[in-house]
Design a protein around this ligand. Sequence first.
Ligand SMILES: C[C@@H](O)[C@H](NC(=O)OP(=O)(O)OC[C@H]1O[C@@H](n2cnc3c(N)ncnc32)[C@H](O)[C@@H]1O)C(=O)O
Ligand SMILES: Nc1ncnc2c1ncn2[C@@H]1O[C@H](COP(=O)(O)OP(=O)(O)OP(=O)(O)O)[C@@H](O)[C@H]1O
Ligand SMILES: [Fe+2]
Length: 553
Amino acid sequence: MTASVRILGIEGTAWAASAAVFDAESDDVFIESDAYQPESGGIHPREAAEHMHDAVPAVVERALEYARETDDGPETEPPVDAVAFSRGPGLGPCLRIVGTAARALSQALSVPLVGVNHMVAHLEIGRHTSGFEAPVCLNASGANAHLLAYRNGRYRVLGETMDTGVGNAIDKFTRHVGWSHPGGPKVERAAEDGKYVDLPYVVKGMDFSFSGIMSAAKQAADDGVPVADVCYSLQENIFGMLTEVSERALSLTGSDELVLGGGVGQNARLREMLATMCEQRGAQFHAPQPRFLRDNAGMIAVLGAKMYDAGDTIAIEESRVDSDFRPDQVPVTWRTNEPALTAGRGVDETRVRGAEALVDIDRDGGRVTKRRESKRYRHPTLDDRLQRERTTLEARLTSQARREGVPTPVLTDVDPREARLEFEYVGDCDLRDGLTVERVRDVGRHLARLHAAGIVHGDPTTRNVRVSHPERNRAECEREDERTYLIDFGLGYHTDHVEDYAMDLHVFDQSLVGTADDPEPLREAVRSGYAEVGNDRVLERLQDVEGRGRYQS
Ligand SMILES: C[C@@H](O)[C@H](NC(=O)OP(=O)(O)OC[C@H]1O[C@@H](n2cnc3c(N)ncnc32)[C@H](O)[C@@H]1O)C(=O)O
Ligand SMILES: Nc1ncnc2c1ncn2[C@@H]1O[C@H](COP(=O)(O)OP(=O)(O)OP(=O)(O)O)[C@@H](O)[C@H]1O
Ligand SMILES: [Fe+2]
């Protein structure tokens, strides 16, 4: 055995044939990579696999040489303690080649094998290099885009793309305008000379989708809008969406640490937006060095070392690869500390900061005043548009929902230009701080009622529901009707699409998984409440929606 743990990492999920050596004691990470560059178009899975076949042995050999050169243990011992490899997600043909190489190496060196989830590695490297205890993680990579937070032994997906990964979306646009792969860096360069044009902006709670904005961007380029302007505006909107959902995740979990992962994280504008957002809300932001952001075996070796330390190795027979491997499928064996959600605000607090707004609370007067803040990270034109649209919608939908029999606060005043709303004060605490099966079932009924009226809430989370809390206000709870109120309709809209109703339920479901200690009975309750009042087709579609967010190349 060497003095400190040393791990050989191998990566090859799509384009980067990469091997690395991580030395836990010195924290030294040696990385050797060989990138696949398609001659035309995007990544071809077969060609990429051929690249892996040709390039993996050489990068592994270089890494092993380095391991031997820097090894101070006896020569008869292997230069590393384990071989860690990317098991997925990724392109099947590539993964299989890397898996075969890793198994052979683990046998040849007589060291254990560690099977690493590539997406968890993208986020763990940021936790490792930042030293943050319990950050929210934004993974912005080619084939994925996830918002993740640790809870009860897993990384929970708080939000994700509903169609393609963020890098792939950008790459498809650059292919359309005839630029070579990868497109991300070219968009970044072109954007330097651009000015803002209007493009779609789609967030649903902490989920988001790129299909609308990408078709509009292609259309704009076809219509003769200067490509620089399209690139600039794509960055403003796409990264604005990712920053907004990151802020919402910080707000929901009460965390004040954010880390970035994935190849798109190399983009300076994205990093700037995230840093500005964190600064504005008093949170800390960390982005690892570029060599750890793009696909690389260093992150595989670093997480491999943590897993190895925890005894989380894998038998050769069980080490098959999984091209759909989701981050929330991984039992997190290497973390023991369970961060508590920050406690709900005290009864006396008079000002609350949400993800979007500052809310001033006048409990005695029975009023709250909500003011959407200008976001410094956002382009001023977009910021202005979103603030005004959302304030108007929130006013309208809050009242319409009540007419449909869904408890909401009475709107007493609205000023769209100032992005200001005044409501009746309702409930005693947020559902997040008083989660019960009965209340969650109520939310299911409320959502069903809204949907039946053609309204989508848009951001139903455990913080956007107010409940009466027995310990905080006895008198209140002696009322016969303990009510569950929906608030914050700013992302709502009218629609008759079953898909949109299912998405609404999905958003609530994700917030339960992200904030509850024992989410299963609650997830059951929201479905049963919904079934009492609503349309079964929506619940069926929910199952479909849950199957998405899989690896899509
Ligand atoms: C499953 C795995 O194979 C996949 N990996 C992956 O997509 O490679 P990654 O290195 O994380 O990200 C590559 C993407 O990152 C984009 N990219 C690179 N530099 C960029 C930049 N400066 N601005 C925007 N995008 C950039 C590229 O255009 C490309 O779409 C993933 O993590 O989803
Ligand atoms: N009518 C109300 N009665 C009582 N409390 C309220 C009311 N409206 C808002 N709050 C409190 O203020 C918090 C933030 O409000 P709201 O969700 O509307 O703001 P936001 O910035 O849009 O938040 P987010 O986007 O993070 O959900 C709520 O979680 C709730 O605790
Ligand atoms: Fe990646």
